[in-house]
Design a protein around this ligand. Sequence first.
Ligand SMILES: Cc1ncc(COP(=O)(O)O)c(C=O)c1O
Length: 458
Amino acid sequence: MESKSSKPKYPRIVVEPPGPKARKVIEKDHRYIMQSFARWYPLVVERAEDYVVYDVDGNMYIDLNSGLGVLNVGSSNPLVVEAAAKQLRKLIHYSLTDFYYEEAVALAEKLVEIAPVEKPAKVFFTNSGAESIEASIKVSRYSTRRQYIIAFLGAFHGRTMGAVSLTASKPVQRLGFSPLLPSIIHAPYPYPYRCPFAVDDPRQCADMVIGYIEEWIFGKLVDPSEVAAFVFEPIQGEGGYIVPPDNFFPELEKLARRYGILLVSDEVQAGFCRTGRWFAIEHWGVKPDVIATAKAIADGLPLGAVVGNERVMSIRPGGHASTFGGNPVAAVAATAVIEYIKREKLCERAERLGEKVLKRLRDAMEETKMIGDVRGKGLMIGVELVRDRETKEPASEELGTVLMRLFKRGYLVIGAGVSTIRIAPPLTIDEEALMNAVEAIIDEVKRIERKEPLDYYT
Ligand SMILES: Cc1ncc(COP(=O)(O)O)c(C=O)c1O
């Protein structure tokens, strides 16, 4: 898909956000909505089209976060809107838990076709990422009749009680909610830039993690015959857009196969071509038993899905269900998403644009010492900010300021981990608009380094 010259290349700020209308909405939000969210900046969205977002005061922004990793095919993608609108008039709901309809079956068939799991495979529909993780925990325990799950430090799998028991990226996500699900063990994640073990290279970091699981978890804590699954993000998202070393997943797969442990790849954020493959685990040629997905699957309509080998997807009738799971409107939207991605070759586009962005950001490491690490695959890119490259002290306050400044300039970018800028635009983004946004990011990092005052407009 080539960029069309009529598309916006730059944002347009007409009133410093939050403008008067935005402030009114925010005031009411604070009055009526539980404030359990940690928002990055006061954006009040009115509408969005593809990669362009408009606020209630008439400002126009360039979207680099896809409404939190959801709008891979662009906001209100015409193919999706048309399919969903038609379906709204035809059949809005008739629960799959008790009845049948074609829209869900058609989507399930497509998901089985694209998921890199062993066939024959089956699908379970959910309404969110956390629910896909809940279902993954249940199918893993049920099919193996084992109770332990091994997850990884730094992971984010959602916030329902089961999912949050696997989540381990910030203590506040668990604070005050214990006791959580029992029989969950966390292993370190091989984070090449900050390996939890003293090592010389990233591959060694992965070896140390595998060794830790074998020697310390299996050797001291739990017999592997009691472990149902490894649940992992192929690229840690909320934890900091962390790409593990290339030997990690192949080694984890060997370990899993040796002990009959299932591999559950949480592709909620990394799936649907975000990383240049339908599912991120494909980068390492590893075949998981289960894939958990949500977010981008239906371009913003609430839907999630678990796809797994049929031996695993074997919960008996009555054992698991959800009234809205596989809603027909969301299902046709998801089918349209898959069709659009194929038609426009968005996996290939994400890979090509991602390489260009990565190269520019790596070159920028010559221009500023505040960029400690640049990593990613496709259009899932992390830029880790540090105060000092030697000590790698995280520049977390600076991250907040950079993101706020970018917002005031009209670029919607959020953070991940302690001090990482996350770049995850719609895969449809105009190439020039994307590169302009990347320049704005580099520019703001350099301004912070020079300790320039907060002059938002350029
Ligand atoms: C990797 C991953 N898993 C699960 C979730 C939870 O998804 P949801 O917010 O739809 O419950 C998220 C959300 O950010 C995620 O990034």
